[in-house]
Design a protein around this ligand. Structure first.
Ligand code: PLP
Length: 375
């Protein structure tokens, strides 16, 4: 840590990422498209992309053009699929940066074709089939003419066909089996017209963990790569290691007299005189305000409650009438300390949201630090 850096950081364990990649690939038994959208789920797009590339991930997936360009400019040469619904004017840039394009309608196919022809350079595309999300993609029951047009296209090379699962994080949901059936039905159209079968991919983290039938030719784990389960109902069928820790340091110590409220809105007050420390991170960093008087942190190996409202840049922790803590003591918000741990999943539940939102919410104001990953 440099002398001028704020005492708050995200620590990313690159060895945990390597472990999760290997474990998920071994479990699925097929190539992995590592999903690194939204700043690699808060872990840092470029460092994570480069690390996964060094670890032999087969492909990367992002949501937007800009994310793909950032990876290319950083030296990622792997295939990169842009999974979002593309806008016509972006088609040329996608092709020029050698990004694989999600084609999610006949119109989009025509736009990509036109851009590819103008550039004199074919586009590599993955066809998006909607099997139940009602998001982007052609309904599976209308996939026939769409597939035929794409296969016949002079300027689009159909590398993949894919769909997205709506309920795979719940192992008992019947939705996934229905979606798989619709997807395979759509894929069968390639056979019907005598076209080669492209790469079929369907499984997000929930699919990888819970539904082996969805693994097909490639899997697209995001959150599981980072060692976090998608949902409280999810089963840890693969031993994953959380890659992200969020740590800060005590910046202030005081005794708050009984009955004196703490923080904005005066929503919490101690019943007896107690010791309260201030931690210099807040919702301005993406640490959710919903954790006000709900979350916990680790200091000196002990759990202590966050008390009062979380401010933009700081929050307060009650360490109790006899608690000890000194300025600059480490505070763990997510991660381990002294044999105890606080998982992202727990933080999400306390905040009334999903682990995804906690991770991607941690913003660029927090410095990232990378450990491991050498050799
Ligand atoms: C985000 C995303 C994924 C990864 O989802 P996880 O639940 O994080 O594994 C896979 N496929 C698509 C199309 C996505 O948008």
């Amino acid at each position: 840590m440099t002398d001028t850096a704020r005492p708050t950081r995200i620590r990313v364990d690159l060895d945990a990422l390597s472990h999760n990649l290997r474990a998920l690939r071994a479990h699925a038994g097929v190539p992995v498209m590592g999903i690194v959208k939204a700043n690699a789920y808060g872990h840092g797009l470029v460092p994570v992309g480069l690390h996964l590339q060094a670890q032999g991930v087969e492909q990367l997936g992002v949501a937007f053009l800009e994310e793909g360009i950032a990876l290319r400019q950083a030296g990622v040469h792997l295939p990169i699929l842009v999974m979002g619904g593309i806008f016509g004017p972006q088609a040329a840039a996608l092709i020029a940066h050698d990004l694989e394009i999600t084609v999610s309608s006949l119109d989009k196919l025509r736009q990509v074709e036109a851009a590819a022809e103008a550039l004199g350079r074919p586009a590599t595309v993955h066809l998006k089939i909607d099997t139940g999300m009602e998001r982007i993609g052609v309904h599976s029951y209308h996939a026939g003419p769409f597939i035929e047009a794409a296969v016949a296209s002079r300027w689009c090379r159909v590398k993949g066909v894919y769909s997205h699962l709506a309920c795979a994080d719940e192992p008992d949901s019947p939705m996934t089996a229905r979606q798989l059936e619709r997807f395979l039905d759509a894929c069968a159209h390639f056979e019907r017209i005598g076209a080669p079968m492209p790469l079929r991919h369907l499984a997000n983290s929930g699919g990888v963990l819970h539904f082996p039938d969805t693994h097909l030719d490639m899997v697209r784990p995001g959150i599981a790569l980072y060692g976090v389960l998608p949902d409280p109902a999810s089963r840890a069928t693969v031993a994953l290691r959380p890659a992200l820790s969020l740590v800060s340091q005590v910046v202030y110590f005081k005794v708050v007299p009984a009955g004196q409220p703490v923080s904005y809105g005066a929503t919490w007050a101690p019943a007896t005189d107690t010791r309260v420390v201030t931690v210099p991170i807040g919702y301005g960093d993406g640490f959710p305000r919903a954790l006000s008087s709900r979350g916990e942190v680790l200091i000196r190996g002990q759990r202590h409650p966050i008390v009062g409202r979380i401010c933009m840049d700081q929050f307060m922790v009650d360490i109790g009438p006899a608690g000890t803590a000194y300025n600059e003591d480490e505070v763990v918000l997510i991660g381990h300390q002294g044999g105890r741990g606080i998982r992202c999943e727990e933080v999400a539940q306390a905040a009334g949201t999903i682990p995804y939102e906690i991770l991607v919410g941690l913003n660029g104001r927090i410095p990232r630090e990378y450990v491991g990953g050498v050799g």
